[in-house]
Design a protein around this ligand. Sequence first.
Ligand SMILES: Cc1cc2nc3c(=O)[nH]c(=O)nc-3n(C[C@H](O)[C@H](O)[C@H](O)COP(=O)(O)OP(=O)(O)OC[C@H]3O[C@@H](n4cnc5c(N)ncnc54)[C@H](O)[C@@H]3O)c2cc1C
Length: 477
Amino acid sequence: MTQPVLVIGAGPTGLSAAYHLGSDALLIEQENRVGGWCRSIVEGGFTFDYAGHIMFSNDPYVHELYELLLGENVHWQDREAWIYSHGVHTRYPFQGSLYGLPADVIQECLVGAIEARFGPLSAKKNGKNGANGNGASHAASRDTDLRPGAMSFRDFIEKVWGAGIAKHFALPYNQKLWTVPLEDIETSWLEGRVPLPDLETVIEGALRPSPKPMGPNARFGYPLRGGFQALMNGFLPHLRGPLRLRTRVVSISPNRRRVRLSNGIELPYERLISTMPLPALVKALGSEAPARIRRHANGLQHVSVRCVNLGVGRERLTEKHWIYYPEDPVFHRIFVQGNASPFCNPPGGFGLTCEISYSPQKPLPCQGDDLIRRCIHDCESVGIMQPGDPVWVANQVDLPTAYVVYDHDRNENVAAIRAWLAQHDILLAGRYSEWEYFNSDHAFLSGKQAAELAAKPNDDEDWDAVGASEAGERPSL
Ligand SMILES: Cc1cc2nc3c(=O)[nH]c(=O)nc-3n(C[C@H](O)[C@H](O)[C@H](O)COP(=O)(O)OP(=O)(O)OC[C@H]3O[C@@H](n4cnc5c(N)ncnc54)[C@H](O)[C@@H]3O)c2cc1C
């Protein structure tokens, strides 16, 4: 039986694409379960996700999907996101919640934030008029240009947040997470992701404790039972086309419109929606992809994440939901899995996920049991665990492709590959195919958009928009 649209990958994007295509879709997944990086594992009564995952979205349709997929199996909480630095916890975002840090750190952060807007205070003391002669900052946060190429991430941090916030949080944390030099990263992905409090908020947050969360994900949802996986499994009763698990797409022939599967079978398709990582997709095309497309794919950079999951034998280690660590610990973030839902823990236990980013530029410091021991040691040194806390469960999951890097060539590389593929009726959808910083809510929408486009005749102008432009233009549906 031939389905007109073949969908590679049953993560949130592929599931959404297949759901929206109905019986026209054949969904192919290499793993034995759906969900992609939104899967969960269960061990010893603990549920852990593939890195911490929460639900949040500003899109009403995504909330309709949450309702469809989870029904009553959900609970919403006010976010408790924190940062641990200089021996104290402060609320996220750092720049809006300086209260509690050592006085000299607060002073440096405030002076830096003021100077970023109005120029060096030393120049003012000497009767001069600020950095650029007219008293205005070279990059005031309100009119910061975040378009690709406008400025590097490092410049953004220093010019918008100022030298103190850069030094005490933004540079060390982001360097730890992204692993590549921050001057190699552009800023188009920041919009809506990074809270930009104004100067009054920075000062207020330094004088008294910040009462409530700020920023785009101040309240979040999570499945009550079944981990994040439950959200993904929610699609299963609604899929109308076939789903093949444990089946990998090993090669693709755009000229013959066929894919070859790991079981040796060749399948024809009319349209292909790929959610697999873009470099792997181009590799699967073999020599049918022109050399310039392979060069563009080789230029794409990413960061990997290793999660060390700890099931600790003590209840309620903390009230927090996740904590960022810009300083020494091997992990850059702990996701407090035990607070995502009470049903993530067995009686008397509490789950933590230590997230460690790595890449060729920043390899993991050690592997296996050594890495687990290192995480337990660092959890004790930051106070989330106490020496002697029993560890009932310790395991690791690896996300080889976790964060796509917005280097200065990304936009051009992705646009060129996307345009060439569209000419061959191959659509890219999702975080790793579109090479975008998408969360699962964007993944749902991206899958829906690809399904709608795949259902249109390819002389439709939306197809022209994907196929014709190599300048990064996207069809608007
Ligand atoms: C550290 C981290 C934290 C995150 N936190 C959040 C969060 O809090 N909230 C949130 O909403 N999102 C979060 N995300 C993002 C979320 O995980 C992604 O947006 C989402 O997983 C992307 O879905 P996808 O379907 O596009 O890709 P994937 O999840 O990668 O799914 C792709 C699927 O394709 C399959 N596949 C690949 N190659 C083949 C092949 N050749 N043949 C067959 N199948 C194949 C894979 O097995 C996989 O199942 C986080 C991501 C990371 C890395």
